[in-house]
Design a protein around this ligand. Structure first.
Ligand code: CA
Length: 246
């Protein structure tokens, strides 16, 4: 199925600019995904590569050029068109950006309409505007082994060995991420960024506390199965090898 609303990743720390971008992209039929830091952008990108990425050169944690190189190195990263956005009108920035292989370069202040027009042109040129939604493609791990988890995104519900779990909003968000990428290690920071609305007001131990209550709920269904692996000092991952019956 072709995706009618291509995801556009926006890495921009100024919320005013990000709001404007999200608004024009949304009204033009795109699904914008806003990340205020390079770290968050890397996590989002790794989870699901977007159809296109818009990168601010002046980010707080990493400059846009460095972010570009890291995104490029991720699986599928080389296929994602990227546009640089910068307040600096330096010719040098323009040259560096285009030499790195960016698809376009836009100086602030810019016309949001013009930016969306360029996004459309680039997607048409790269043929990605009609790309199937990455979420619809099963991951090899999910296809290979029968999973005791069944995810129903529309109902925000997860079944475990056939039984519906009664989860809080954050427990659901955490388990959903883990179930969608069996084996993938998520750091506490990634989990905070991806599941919590305001990650800056939460802490690593918030993640640990919710994982603990989540595990307790899973144990009530399958007391001898431990589906969530802890990686000391790093984070969590879903166990890829789970018994077919509890
Ligand atoms: Ca900035």
């Amino acid at each position: 199925m072709p995706s009618p609303n291509p995801r556009i990743l926006i890495a921009e720390d100024e919320s005013g600019i990000a709001d404007t971008l999200q608004y024009v992209l949304k009204s033009d039929g795109f699904t914008p995904v806003w990340c205020a830091t390079a770290e968050e952008a890397l996590a989002q990108f790794a989870l699901e590569p977007p159809a296109l990425a818009i990168l601010d050169v002046g980010l707080p944690d990493l400059n846009g050029f460095e972010l570009f190189k890291r995104l490029h190195a991720l699986p599928g990263g080389a296929q994602v068109p990227m546009i640089f956005l910068t307040a600096r009108s330096d010719e040098i920035d323009r040259v560096v950006g285009l030499e790195l292989g960016a698809d376009d370069y836009i100086a602030k202040p810019f016309s949001p309409r013009e930016l969306v027009a360029r996004v459309r042109t680039i997607l048409r040129r790269s043929g990605r505007g009609q790309a199937p939604a990455p979420a619809a493609v099963p991951t090899p791990a999910a296809a290979a082994s029968p999973q005791p988890f069944a995810l129903d995104v529309e109902r925000m519900q997860i079944r475990y060995y056939g039984r519906a779990l009664d989860l809080s909003r954050y427990e659901y968000g955490l388990l959903r991420l883990l179930v969608q990428r069996p084996g993938r290690v998520f750091t506490r920071d990634e989990l905070l960024q991806l599941v919590w609305d305001d990650a800056s007001e939460s802490f690593d131990r918030t993640v640990d506390a919710h994982i603990k209550t989540l595990r307790a709920k899973l144990k009530t269904i399958a007391p001898d199965v431990e589906p969530i692996r802890t990686l000391r000092g790093t984070g969590y991952a879903l166990n890829e090898e789970l018994p077919a019956t509890p």
